[in-house]
Ligand binder design. Structure first.
Ligand code: SF4
Length: 329
């Protein structure tokens, strides 16, 4: 069997804030096969963005990778030198960020920004394109993300476009360099509800057409359910459940997953339900044992002492909770 395209093993990441370490990722493990669509769900602040940024090594300067490995095509990203890393970002993996305004440079026209990405990708492959070829590829990418009048878009500044258009431009930029894996971090958060659905469908169509793999982080649980094959549930820097999308959504095992799915807004006339009571823990001194125990309605005193291990409850459906494993194992 081939090695996964992306394999994160036991990744620990902390942020240093005023001399204190905030342990945001607590030994997470995630894998993505070639052509696979994987989702990560969980409340804001659970470490999802940190996970994606770790893969491209674009974490802020106060981040410390304290342990684990990230294998891309069996090569450890954490040990790549500058050249290897640049090649990975320019030709194989790219990220769609939550906020296109922050990701696009406001003082350069869209065209200039997109041309640079296309030029760099080909230069890394040992080929230089003419200006005409670069422009043609940029126009093709703009058309792929269903934006009209590519010439006008390319000669616009980011502020001259609507939020939905900027997000499509950012997808085009991600596509300019990703030939294998897209990391989509809440790609629709700042958009109108009607546009959100269009953007997610666009990403899905492009991923299918180009046979890319994707890791989708989204609060739009309905969209995640429709789009991905497998899902990881993350709570406070820990993977608490993983499985095929249908199994996790139809038969959630972990108390957190159950509450998360129950707290999703319902459009069925039952009204919008309350969020999960309590808050994500303080990462500078997270609770011992199961990190969810202060909020868990099923917690017992034993849950406070030792972190539960992942156990397979049914084929390809795993959970880290003492309700499914022997306490004290
Ligand atoms: Fe709740 Fe205990 Fe399971 Fe954690 S291990 S989710 S506290 S029952």
């Amino acid at each position: 069997m081939n090695a996964p395209l992306l394999q994160i093993n036991g990744l620990h990441v902390a942020y240093k804030v005023y001399g204190t370490r905030h342990h945001v990722l607590n030994g997470i493990s995630i894998s993505v096969e070639k052509g696979e669509k994987v989702g990560i769900i969980g409340e804001s602040g659970c470490g999802k963005t940190t996970t994606l940024k770790s893969v491209l090594r674009i974490l802020p300067s106060n981040a410390l990778i304290e342990g684990g490995e990230i294998l891309y095509d069996s090569k450890n990203v954490l040990k790549m030198d500058g050249n290897e890393l640049r090649k990975l970002r320019r030709t194989k993996v790219s990220m769609i960020f939550q906020d296109p305004t922050a990701a696009l440079n406001p003082v350069f026209k869209i065209g200039e920004q997109l041309f640079d990405i296309i030029r760099a990708k080909y230069e890394d492959g040992g080929r230089s394109l003419t200006s005409k070829e670069i422009r043609e590829e940029a126009e093709m990418l703009i058309r792929q993300v269903m934006l009209p009048e590519p010439e006008r878009i390319l000669s616009s500044y980011p502020f001259q476009l609507s939020g939905g258009m900027r997000q499509r431009v950012m997808i085009a930029m991600a596509l300019a360099s990703a030939s294998e894996l897209l990391l989509a971090d809440e790609p629709t958060t700042n958009l109108d509800v009607t546009i959100q659905d269009q953007i997610l469908r666009l990403i899905d169509r492009i991923v299918n057409e180009k046979k890319l793999s994707i890791v989708l982080v989204s609060h739009a649980l309905g969209a995640v359910r429709k789009m991905v094959n497998r899902v990881y549930v993350m709570y406070a820097g820990t993977i608490v459940e993983e499985g095929r999308t249908r199994d996790v959504f139809e038969n959630p095992l972990h108390p957190y997953t159950k509450m998360l799915l129950a707290s999703a807004p319902k459009l069925t006339g039952e009204g919008i339900s309350e969020g999960i009571p309590g808050r994500i823990p303080d990462y500078s001194s997270p609770p011992p044992g199961c990190r969810f125990h202060p909020r868990c309605p099923s917690a017992t005193p034993a849950c406070r002492f030792k972190e539960p291990k992942m156990v397979e409850v049914e084929p390809n459906h795993r959970v880290a909770c003492y309700l499914y494993s022997m306490r004290g194992e």
